[in-house]
Write a protein that binds this ligand. Structure first.
Ligand SMILES: Nc1ncnc2c1ncn2[C@@H]1O[C@H](COP(=O)(O)OP(=O)(O)O)[C@@H](O)[C@H]1O
Ligand SMILES: [Mg+2]
Length: 359
């Protein structure tokens, strides 16, 4: 899959930009604060609705700008799709192939952008929410129906939490325990299936790119004791949940982690190793995507060259370029060694929110 064209209006310091992108490596160079990350953010937003560097969408819209709008043409399996996102009254409005009643989930299903950026080490050292997000994104793109599954689960969780807060009666809680349990089971199963495949892909990637960390084992915490049903687990913790006013067991409490032979706990990794581990997870997820979908997701590398040493930059880039992935790479400068080995197909200069194609 690749972005053939990307148009940005009113995003951070970019008033307007229209880019025609190459299928392979696209490089964005310019000084600090020029708008490079914002270009990459635009591509990412189209596939997620959120940014990799802020949770608050109100920071995205240009100060004093009239509106925030993104448009892209994405070629996937020889089909050219048109994606549009407009920020209106604090909400995103989606448009897929000219259809104004499109759902955001349809847009996200039509584009798949994966990202490695200066905050990516949080996948290893940050909270469980980021790892669950990573996992669910992978499941969403390789298994049909995951968005629907998650919606049902979240609704049941919300309802149970409301009941807990309102001190609802036992009978009603039992009904919602059952619904939550029924909704949670397929979510947990889909995640387990994906993680098993992810673990295999990760081992291969680590062997190839990071042998220095030794063998890795992937651990999964599903969010409750899987030897009993979630219904049973919810029943067992009901009094505590009532006291706390929320549900303490279930897939919303799931987590996964990697234990290395040379670093059994994530706390034993250096910041640099956390980054290497995060890039290995990205490469493993790309692999699974390729196996399931027969094409690559789009890869965004923000400031890759200041984040990884040249040898690891080269091995990650080499693998991705070889597999035919489209890459959007930014940096204040790109090391000569890298430029010579991987000559960019397209080169953009970014300055004060202006994006100019050089080749
Ligand atoms: N909402 C906003 N409106 C206008 N400018 C913004 C907004 N948010 C951030 N900026 C500015 O946009 C510029 C581009 O930032 P960024 O894309 O991170 O640059 P780069 O990655 O090239 O260093 C910065 O100068 C930043 O101060
Ligand atoms: Mg930047």
């Amino acid at each position: 899959m690749h972005l053939a064209e990307l148009r940005i209006r009113g995003l951070r310091n970019i008033t307007s930009a229209e880019l025609v992108l190459a299928e392979g490596l696209n490089v964005f160079v310019g000084p600090n604060g020029a708008g490079k990350t914002s270009v990459l953010e635009a591509a990412y937003l189209l596939s997620r609705g959120g940014s990799f560097r802020t949770h608050a969408a109100e920071h995205l819209q240009q100060r004093e700008g009239e509106s925030l709008a993104l448009f892209a043409r994405i070629r996937s399996q020889s089909r050219l799709r048109q994606l549009g996102m407009l920020r209106e009254a604090g909400r995103w409005v989606a448009r897929l192939d000219g259809e104004s009643s499109s759902k955001l989930a349809e847009l996200f299903a039509a584009s798949a952008v994966m990202c490695f950026e200066p905050g990516s080490h949080a996948l290893v050292s940050g909270g469980a929410e980021g790892r669950r997000g990573f996992l669910d994104w992978g499941v969403f793109h390789v298994e049909h129906g995951h968005a629907e599954r998650m919606r049902r689960f979240r609704r049941a969780l919300r309802q149970r939490n409301v009941l807990l807060k309102q001190n609802g009666d036992e009978e009603q809680l039992t009904l919602w325990d059952r619904e939550l349990s029924d909704a949670a089971e397929p979510v947990a199963q889909a995640r387990e299936t994906y993680l098993a495949r992810f673990g295999q892909a990760l081992s291969l990637v680590l062997e190839q790119h990071l042998p220095e960390l030794g063998q890795a084992v992937l651990r999964h915490r599903p969010g409750w004791d899987r030897s009993i049903s979630l219904q049973q687990a919810l029943h067992d913790c009901r009094q505590r949940d009532r006291a706390l006013g929320h549900t303490t067991r279930g897939p919303h409490r799931a987590d996964w982690m990697i234990a290395f032979a040379h670093a059994p706990s994530p706390e034993q990794l250096s910041r640099g190793q956390e980054k290497l581990c995060a890039i290995a997870c990205l490469l493993a997820q790309v692999r699974l995507f390729q196996e399931s979908r027969g094409e690559s997701p789009i890869i965004v590398f923000d400031d890759l060259c200041s984040e990884l040493d040249v040898a690891h930059q080269a091995s990650a880039l080499g693998t991705l370029i070889e597999s035919g992935a489209q890459i959007l790479l930014s940096g204040t400068e790109i090391p000569d060694a890298l430029r010579t080995r991987f000559p960019p197909q397209r080169w953009f200069h970014v300055e004060q929110g202006q994006v100019r194609a050089m080749i």
